[in-house]
Design a protein around this ligand. Structure first.
Ligand SMILES: Nc1ncnc2c1ncn2[C@@H]1O[C@H](COP(=O)(O)OP(=O)(O)OP(=O)(O)O)[C@@H](O)[C@H]1O
Ligand SMILES: [Zn+2]
Length: 705
C-alpha cells in the first residue's frame, strides 16, 4: 500500500466547519491522531475518514507531518459519541474530538524536539507507576480470573470475595431499590432514576451495584458534579472495591490526567470516577454509568462545546447497551418527567439510611425581625446553643467576598466595574480590602473617599461569606469559624485541607457557599442556617425556583446525618412561597408537581425544547440587529413551522469585559423541528454576522436563560 497517495479527512480544533484534507502515503485508520500544519501552525488533528480524492484540488493538499501512533485508534463507540455530540450541539467535529482529549495528547509540541522522548504517552509509560510497572502490580493484586466472563477475550477479574460482606446491612428501601437496579443490569440496558432523600444511602447502592459490574469483568463510570466531592467518594470506592480506580477531573496536572485516562482506556482501571469531562474517556469494557446528583448544573459545560454530561451519559449508555443510573434527592424536572412517563425506572429511598429523621426545617420571617448583620435573633440563638452543646453548625450564603457593593453615603456613587454592567465586589485580601469584578476579574484598590463627591464615608452594603465570617468570629469569640468558598480554596490542595478540617470537627461554625452544600457527610453537623435565599427567588430565569429548591434541600441535607435533633433555619421575606412551603415538608414531589404544571402551562422545558442563539459586539445594538436579522431569516424558512422564535433581548448583565451580549430564544414542542430549523439556519449566519458582531454561538438545551 505504501507509496500510493491517499487523502485523509482530518478533524481540527479550529472554529471552522467541516474536515480538512491532508495527504499521506498510506491509509490511516479513523480515530488516529496526526500532526499537521494548518496555515502556519502545527496542530494535532484526528483522522476521521480516508478519501480517494480530496475535496479541493490535489495540488493544494498538504501532506501530514506525522502519524501519532503512540495510541491505538480511538474506539468506534468513542467516535460515535463524539459524532453524536457534534451533531446534537451543532458544532464542528474537531471542536468535540480534540478538546475532550487530555491536553498533552493534543499539543504538537509534546511530540517534537529532543526532549519529547517519543511523546507524552511513552513518557507516562516509562515512569515508575506507569503502564509497565502497573501491569506487574495489577497482576499481583488481582483476584482470581473468572473463566465464564472471558467471552470478550480479555481475562476478567473478580474482586476478592472476602470483601463481599463489607458495608452496612441494607435498609428495606435500599434492598428494594437495589433489586430494581440489578434488574437493569440483568436486562443489560435502561435508565434508572434513584430518587433518595439526602443521607438515604444512594452512594451505598452505587458501590453494591459497581461490585456486581466488576464481578462480571466490566468497568464502571461514576460521575460526580464537583471536584470537591471526589476525595470522599474515592476513599469509599478504594475501601470497598479496591485500587483499580482512576480519577479524572480538571484540577489534575497534565501528567496525572493522562495517566488516569490511559489506565481507564486500556482497561487497567475498573472504575473511573470523575467530573463531567470524564464522560469522554474511552472504556474497553463498559458495564455501567452512574451520574450522581444528576440535577447539578455543573454537568453542563458553559463554554466551547456546551454539552450536558448527564444527557450524553444517557445517550452513551443507550448506545453501548449498558444501564445508566441517575441519582438525586432533587432530580431535574426533565429527569423526573421521564421517570413519571415510565421512560426511566423510578426507584425511591424515602428515608435516611441510619434511621435519623430528616432535620426539622424552620422558616424565619425576616420582614418582622430585628437583624444583626443579617442574622435573626432565632438563628443567633440556635448557633449559640449548638456551640454550648459542642455541635457543628453551617451558615450557608451563596455569595462570596466581603460585601457585594460599596456605596457612598452622601451621593449615588456605587462601586461599578468599568468594563461590565456589574458592581465590583468588596473582598478582604490579607489585611486589606480590594474591589473585584466577578465577571471580568478586574481589580482595584478601595478608594479613600467617594470618587464622585469626595465624601470619605463610603460603606459596604450587604454581606458575603467574608463579612459573615468576621461577624461570627466577633459575636462568638470562643468559636472556631471556618470559611469554605472559591476564594479560600483557590490554591491547589487548599480545598482538600479545608474539607478535611471540617470533617475532622476542627470547626464549630462553617461558613460556606454552594461548595459546602452538596454531598458532604459532616458527622457532627446539627444546625444549618441559610442567609439570603430570596436572592434567587425572583430571577427572570424560569429554572431559578427549581435550582433554589434543590440547593436548599441539599444544604438542609447536610444536617443531622449521624445524630437526631438537627435543625435548619431559613431566613426569608417570603415564607409563603411554594419553594419554601415544599421545603418545610421535605416534599420534593409536591414541588415537582407544582413546577411541572407551571411549565406545562407555559410550554417550557421539559414540555418543549429550547436553543439559544447568542451574539457579542462592542455595542449591544449590533448584537441585537444581528439576532433580529437571524430571526427574520429563520422565520422565512419552511423549517420554521412549529418553532416559536422569541424576540432578541440583551443579557441581564449586558456588558462583560467591554463586550455586550444579547440572545434569541428558539423553542418548539418537539426536538426534531427545532434541530431541523437550526440545521437550515446556522450555516448562513456567519454571513449575517459580518461586521460589528464579534462572535455568535448556539446553545442547545440552555440551562440559564
Ligand atoms: N443501610 C445502611 N445502614 C447504615 N448506614 C448506612 C446504610 N446505608 C448508608 N449508610 C450510611 O449513611 C450515610 C449516608 O449515606 P450516603 O452518603 O450513601 O447517602 P446519600 O443518599 O448518597 O446522601 P447525599 O445525597 O446526601 O449525598 C453514610 O454515612 C453511609 O455510610
Ligand atoms: Zn468587570
Amino acid at each position: 500500500m505504501a507509496g500510493e497517495t491517499v487523502y485523509l479527512a482530518v478533524a481540527l480544533d479550529v472554529p471552522l466547519p467541516g474536515l480538512f484534507d491532508y495527504s499521506h502515503d498510506r491509509p490511516v485508520a479513523p480515530g488516529v491522531r496526526v500532526r499537521v500544519t494548518f496555515g502556519r501552525r502545527a496542530m494535532v488533528g484526528m483522522v476521521w475518514a480516508v478519501r480517494e480524492a480530496p475535496g479541493v484540488s490535489a495540488d493544494r493538499v498538504r501532506p501530514i507531518d506525522a502519524v501519532l501512533d503512540d495510541l491505538p485508534p480511538m474506539p468506534a463507540d468513542w467516535l460515535r459519541l463524539a459524532e453524536f455530540a457534534a451533531h446534537y450541539y451543532h458544532r464542528p467535529l474537531g471542536e468535540v474530538l480534540l478538546p475532550v482529549l487530555p491536553p498533552s495528547l493534543r499539543k504538537p509540541a509534546a511530540y517534537t524536539g529532543a526532549r519529547s522522548a517519543g511523546g507524552p504517552v511513552c513518557r507516562a509509560d516509562r515512569r515508575p507507576g506507569g503502564a509497565r510497572a502497573r501491569k506487574r502490580k495489577d497482576a499481583a493484586q488481582a483476584g482470581p480470573v473468572d473463566p465464564a466472563a472471558g467471552a470478550a477475550g480479555a481475562a476478567r477479574l473478580v474482586p476478592d470475595p472476602a470483601r463481599d460482606d463489607e458495608g452496612p446491612v441494607l435498609t428495606d428501601a435500599q434492598v428494594r431499590a437495589l433489586a430494581g437496579l440489578r434488574d437493569l443490569l440483568a436486562a443489560g440496558t435502561g435508565v434508572a432514576l434513584l430518587h433518595g432523600v439526602t443521607g438515604s444511602g444512594k452512594t451505598e447502592l452505587y458501590l453494591r451495584l459497581a461490585r456486581d459490574v466488576l464481578a462480571a469483568g466490566r468497568q464502571v463510570l461514576l460521575l460526580v458534579p464537583e471536584i470537591n466531592l471526589t476525595p470522599q467518594l474515592e476513599q469509599s470506592v478504594r475501601a470497598r472495591l479496591g485500587d483499580r480506580l482512576a480519577v479524572i477531573h480538571s484540577r489534575l496536572s497534565e501528567g496525572d490526567r493522562l495517566r488516569a485516562w490511559l489506565r481507564a482506556s486500556r482497561g487497567q482501571a475498573d472504575i473511573l470516577l470523575g467530573t463531567r469531562l470524564a464522560l469522554f474517556t474511552p472504556l474497553p469494557r463498559p458495564g455501567l454509568i452512574v451520574v450522581d446528583e444528576e440535577h447539578d448544573a455543573s454537568y453542563k459545560q458553559q463554554d466551547g462545546l456546551r454539552y450536558s454530561a448527564r444527557d450524553l451519559a444517557v445517550w452513551r449508555g443507550h448506545d453501548l447497551g449498558i444501564p445508566v443510573v441517575l441519582g438525586s434527592a432533587t432530580p431535574s424536572l426533565e429527569t423526573w418527567r421521564h421517570a413519571q412517563e415510565g421512560d426511566y425506572r423510578l426507584l425511591s429511598l424515602p428515608e435516611r439510611a441510619q434511621a435519623q429523621p430528616l432535620p426539622e426545617i424552620r422558616l424565619v420571617d425576616t420582614r418582622r425581625a430585628r437583624l444583626e448583620q443579617g442574622f435573626t435573633p432565632q438563628l443567633l440563638d440556635a448557633l449559640e446553643s449548638r456551640l454550648t452543646q459542642g455541635g457543628q453548625s453551617l451558615v450557608f450564603i451563596n455569595r462570596r467576598g466581603y460585601a457585594p457593593v460599596l456605596r457612598c453615603a452622601s451621593c449615588a456613587w456605587v462601586s461599578q466595574c468599568r468594563r461590565c454592567t456589574a458592581h465590583m465586589v468588596l473582598h478582604r485580601l490579607g489585611g486589606r480590602h480590594v474591589l473585584q469584578c466577578h465577571h471580568c476579574g478586574d481589580a482595584m484598590p478601595v478608594p479613600r473617599a467617594c470618587p464622585d463627591c469626595g465624601d470619605p464615608d463610603i460603606q459596604p452594603m450587604g454581606r458575603g461569606t467574608q463579612r459573615v465570617e468576621e461577624f461570627l468570629a466577633e459575636r462568638f469569640p470562643g468559636a472556631r469559624v471556618l470559611r469554605i468558598d472559591a476564594d479560600a480554596t483557590r490554591l491547589k490542595g487548599s480545598a482538600e485541607a479545608l474539607f478535611a478540617r471540617a470533617h475532622a470537627g476542627e470547626a464549630d461554625i462553617l461558613v460556606g457557599t454552594q461548595m459546602v452544600s452538596k454531598g458532604h457527610d459532616f458527622a457532627r453537623l446539627g444546625l444549618v442556617g441559610v442567609l439570603n435565599a430570596d436572592a434567587m427567588l425572583f430571577s427572570q430565569d424560569f429554572r431559578a425556583p427549581e435550582r433554589l429548591f434543590a440547593q436548599l434541600m441539599q444544604v438542609a441535607g447536610r444536617a443531622g446525618r449521624r445524630q437526631g435533633g438537627a435543625q435548619v433555619i431559613v431566613q426569608t421575606d417570603y415564607p409563603e412561597q411554594t419553594v419554601y412551603q415544599a421545603l418545610l415538608r421535605h416534599d420534593y414531589e409536591r414541588f415537582a408537581a407544582h413546577a411541572l404544571e407551571e411549565r406545562r402551562d407555559l410550554g417550557l422545558p421539559p414540555f418543549s425544547s429550547q436553543a439559544l442563539l447568542t451574539a457579542q459586539a462592542v455595542r449591544v445594538r449590533d448584537a441585537l440587529d444581528f439576532l433580529e436579522a437571524a430571526r427574520a431569516r429563520a422565520g422565512a424558512l419552511p423549517e420554521a413551522a412549529g418553532v416559536r422564535i422569541h424576540d432578541p433581548v440583551p443579557l441581564r448583565i449586558v456588558r462583560v469585559a467591554r463586550v455586550e451580549r444579547a440572545q434569541l430564544l428558539f423553542e418548539s414542542d418537539g426536538r426534531g423541528a427545532l434541530h431541523r430549523l437550526l440545521r437550515a439556519l446556522l450555516p448562513g449566519l456567519d454571513e449575517l454576522a459580518r461586521g460589528a458582531v464579534q462572535h455568535w454561538g448556539i446553545e442547545i438545551d440552555p440551562q440559564e436563560i
